[in-house]
Ligand binder design. Structure first.
Ligand SMILES: NC(=O)C1=CN([C@@H]2O[C@H](COP(=O)(O)OP(=O)(O)OC[C@H]3O[C@@H](n4cnc5c(N)ncnc54)[C@H](OP(=O)(O)O)[C@@H]3O)[C@@H](O)[C@H]2O)C=CC1
Ligand SMILES: O=C(O)[C@@H]1CCC=N1
Length: 269
């Protein structure tokens, strides 16, 4: 059996699991999850029909592919714990951990050679994620393809050199949270103008989804698409002026920069 294992059963692991099951890449009887919380194990077993326990070395011994999905701060301890099993069984490791370079991963695992690094995002949960992938120089190409098979079933994939991973983390890894902050503000704006929260939410989500699809499907750039909405002397230009006055563009750029810096700090730790 081509078993897939997840070390860490939190939000990102669940997004990948759910997406992978929905896409048919993962099968419940072939998935193992090692995570400490008993309640969480129970939830994962009941919801997805997978095996869940807390024994990281056992998971490495029993899986052909191991997804590392713990917080960066606990990863070093986990690597130490699984090093022996990793050297003996040599599964493919796929790390989704932000700010943890392949070099450190390789050193932590005692020099194993099958390592792929991925930066996914939570829309993977609904098969609409976007993931950046790279591999260690000595990792076989087919390992990268195996990882790509899972992540492309969960949305889009792009190959990006590892040197740019912190920037990817700052943009698309953390990006869904910026978009939710924007949607929240749109909804509040609508409520302030008298719309019910329910109607404002439907309008805001539909607008963001529709605008993103319009850009993707037409291939037009944001400048041209903005011009399509903005009548001379009309309402949209008044709204855009308010955003410009309050530094919206720079604030979003700064958000990406701040998250990238934080990923870099974690990478050096
Ligand atoms: N959330 C996101 O949008 C994204 C996250 N990532 C990366 O994914 C990784 C996981 O993030 P996320 O899922 O959000 O975090 P969570 O805190 O939701 O998940 C981490 C999981 O690891 C478990 N855990 C803690 N210690 C161990 C251990 N020693 N062995 C095995 N499991 C352990 C935790 O259990 P418990 O809670 O019981 O301690 C928890 O279930 C991070 O490295 C993050 O950088 C990457 C892209 C996007
Ligand atoms: O906030 C974080 O650290 C993780 C990494 C990317 C998205 N969430």
């Amino acid at each position: 059996m081509a078993r897939w294992g997840f070390i860490g059963g939190g939000k990102m692991a669940e997004a990948l699991l759910r997406g992978g099951l929905a896409a048919g890449i993962l099968k419940p009887q072939e998935v193992l999850i090692s995570t400490p919380g008993k309640d969480r194990q129970e939830y994962l077993r009941k919801t997805y029909g997978v095996a869940a326990f807390f024994d990281n070395p056992r998971l490495v011994r029993e899986c052909e592919t191991v997804v590392l999905a713990v917080k960066p701060q606990v990863l070093s301890g986990v690597l130490e714990e699984i090093r022996e099993a990793a050297r003996k069984h040599r599964p493919l490791f796929i790390s989704v951990v932000a700010g943890f370079p392949l070099e450190r991963l390789k050193a932590g695992l005692g020099g194993v050679e099958r390592l792929v690094r991925v930066m996914p995002n939570t829309p993977a949960l609904v098969l609409s994620g976007v993931s950046a992938l790279c591999k260690a120089p000595e990792t076989p190409e087919e390992d990268l393809s195996r990882a790509e098979a899972l992540f492309s079933a969960l949305g889009e994939v792009v190959r990006v050199p590892e040197a740019l991973f912190d920037a990817v983390t700052g943009l698309s890894g953390s990006g869904p949270a910026y978009v939710f902050a924007f949607i929240e503000a749109l909804v509040d704006g609508g409520v302030r103008e008298g719309l019910s929260r329910e109607v404002a939410e439907r309008l805001a989500v539909g607008t963001v989804l529709g605008a993103a699809r319009l850009m993707k499907e037409t291939g037009k750039d944001p400048y041209a698409l903005k011009a399509m909405v903005t009548s001379p002397g009309g309402t949209t230009i008044a709204g855009l002026k308010a955003l410009a006055d309050r530094g919206f563009h720079g604030a979003v750029m700064e958000a990406v920069a701040a998250a990238t810096r934080r990923a870099r700090e974690l990478s050096g730790g």
